[in-house]
Design a binder for this molecule. Sequence first.
Ligand SMILES: Cc1cc2nc3c(=O)[nH]c(=O)nc-3n(C[C@H](O)[C@H](O)[C@H](O)COP(=O)(O)O)c2cc1C
Length: 140
Amino acid sequence: MRAVVIYESLTGNTAKAARLIAHEVAARGVDVAVYPITDVDLKALAEADVVFVGTWVDGLVLFGHRPGRAGRLRSLPVIDGKRVAAFMTYAIHAGKALDRFARLLEERGGEVVARTLLRRDRLEQGVADFVTASLATVPA
Ligand SMILES: Cc1cc2nc3c(=O)[nH]c(=O)nc-3n(C[C@H](O)[C@H](O)[C@H](O)COP(=O)(O)O)c2cc1C
C-alpha cells in the first residue's frame, strides 16, 4: 500500500500535523511521502492508494470558517477517483470549515473517506484513529 500526505501551512502547524500523520502511516508498514501543496510529486500521487490532504482553518474565530488558502487547494493536482483523507488544524473553533474542505476535495474528484480536525495545541490527539480509519478503506 502507498500513501501521500499533502499539506498547506502558513505558520507550520499543518506541516507538523502532516509529519505526525506520515509517521503514523509509516509505523503501519505503508509507503508514505509528504509534500507541501506547492510541490507535489505527480508520480507518487498517481500511485497512491490513499491521499491525505491537510490545511488550516481560516475564519473570524466565531464565523466565516473556511479552508485556509482555498485557491491553492483548488489548484491541487488531479485527485480524480482517489481515496482522500482530509485533515485541518485550528486554534479554537472550526465551524463548518471541515465540511467545506471535504466538499472542495470532492469537487476536485476525490472520494473523501475520512476527515478530522486537529487542534493546534494538541496536534497528536486523534492522529492514530484518523490514520486507522483512512487506511481501513483501502482493500487489502
Ligand atoms: C487569517 C487566519 C484566520 C484564522 N481563523 C481561525 C478561526 O476562525 N478559527 C480557528 O480555530 N483558528 C483560526 N486560525 C488559526 C489557524 O487555523 C491555526 O493556527 C492553524 O493551526 C494554522 O495552521 P498553519 O500553522 O499550518 O498555518 C486562523 C489563522 C489565521 C492566520
